[in-house]
Ligand binder design. Structure first.
Ligand SMILES: [Zn+2]
Ligand SMILES: [Zn+2]
Length: 350
């Protein structure tokens, strides 16, 4: 098959790779229909670190990508919820399927959790075909009234935005700050208002991303002192009650921590690099609650799908570019360079 294959830092190539085979009885093989590139894929592209893996040139080749939808081609005999031909979306990662954490959908806490497209142990779905182990707990048939764009967003970005905003304890009437306006942060703005936020402040260095947040009702700022001072002023000198940090970049993490008001909550979902640390002193004296984690993606679907079906959550205009999988090398370059006002890129596979 053809796939986008990690060959080393800044070297993701569209090339041939072995077809996936079922390695257990609880998995399926999907024919991938569409996939997308995530901000966290750029950590791989940059040769940075995700969890314990450093993406240097010494890493064995693997297919990248954890955001994909497709059609079931083949299934193991222990898969009960799906049949050949089903159109499905997959959570961005999976676990063993048997432990207590997996059984309650909290896959991130499984001892054997793996994300798709992080190593050759679980090849990714920026490919013509992908194996999805533990299929019954990892896949969902694309529900009626859910578009392909939304289905792709449900694999990670929208689920992570929902997890991050609910983890920030947003309540009706709260003032909210969102730091980082990639797709997750932009969806976070919409969700914060759905949860009843009275005002949403949003910070990002890129103007067209701020414009998207403004169109949803947020008050936006480029990062810096002026943003900090204005937000503090507009929240009675205290700072927002809920802060959602949606990038993982060191300055964004620091901004989120400095903004959160007394007894407020700050939540973090961006994949941090090793040099990102938390200043316990300021957290303690603010009585702030800090939450960080990887979204239990499948658990978020039950809340998000009805919001999408009812048209209450729109998540519109996030796919600024649609390209073919064969243009993947250029797609990564463009996404990384933030050229051409890119927000998120959809790749058509078939
Ligand atoms: Zn992602
Ligand atoms: Zn497990």
């Amino acid at each position: 098959m053809k796939a986008l294959v990690f060959n080393g830092p800044r070297d993701i190539r569209y090339e041939s790779y072995d077809d996936p085979k079922l390695t257990g009885h609880n998995g399926v093989i999907l024919k991938v229909d569409k996939c997308s590139i995530c901000g966290s894929d750029l950590h791989i592209y940059h040769g940075d670190q995700i969890s314990k893996t450093h993406y240097g040139a010494d890493v064995d080749k693997f297919c990248v990508g954890h955001e994909f939808i497709g059609e079931v081609m083949e299934l193991g005999k222990e898969v009960h919820g799906f049949k050949v031909g089903d159109k499905v979306l997959a959570a961005g990662g999976t676990g063993c399927g048997r432990c207590k954490s997996c059984q309650i959908g909290r896959i991130a806490e499984c001892a054997n959790v793996t994300g798709f497209g992080l190593s050759k142990e679980l090849n990714g779905g920026q490919a013509e075909f992908v194996q999805v182990p533990n299929a019954d707990r990892t896949l969902m048939r694309i529900p009626d009234g859910v578009s392909d764009d939304h289905a792709i967003l449900l694999t990670d970005a929208m689920a992570t935005a929902y997890f991050g905003t609910t983890s920030a304890d947003i309540r009706p009437g709260h003032s909210v700050a969102i730091v980082g306006l990639g797709p997750i942060g932009i969806i976070g703005v919409e969700l914060a208002f759905l949860m009843g936020a009275s005002q949403v402040f949003a910070i990002d260095p890129v103007e067209n991303r701020r414009q998207k947040a403004e169109a949803l009702g947020a008050t936006t700022f480029a990062p810096g002192n002026e943003a900090f001072q204005t937000i503090i002023e507009k929240t009675d000198g205290k700072g927002p009650q809920s802060v959602f940090e949606a990038s993982g970049a060191k300055p964004a993490v620091e901004a989120a921590l400095s903004l959160v008001g007394p007894a407020g909550t700050a939540s973090f979902i961006g994949l941090p690099q090793a040099d990102v640390t938390l200043p316990l002193m300021s957290i303690l004296y603010k009585n702030a609650t800090i939450r960080a984690g990887v979204a239990p993606v499948t658990l978020m679907w039950q809340s998000l799908v009805p919001l999408l079906q009812q048209g209450r959550l729109k998540a519109e205009g996030l796919f600024s570019h649609t390209m073919d999988l064969s243009d993947g090398t250029e797609a990564y370059r463009l996404f990384d360079a933030r050229d051409d006002n890119v927000v998120k890129i959809m790749l058509n596979v078939s």
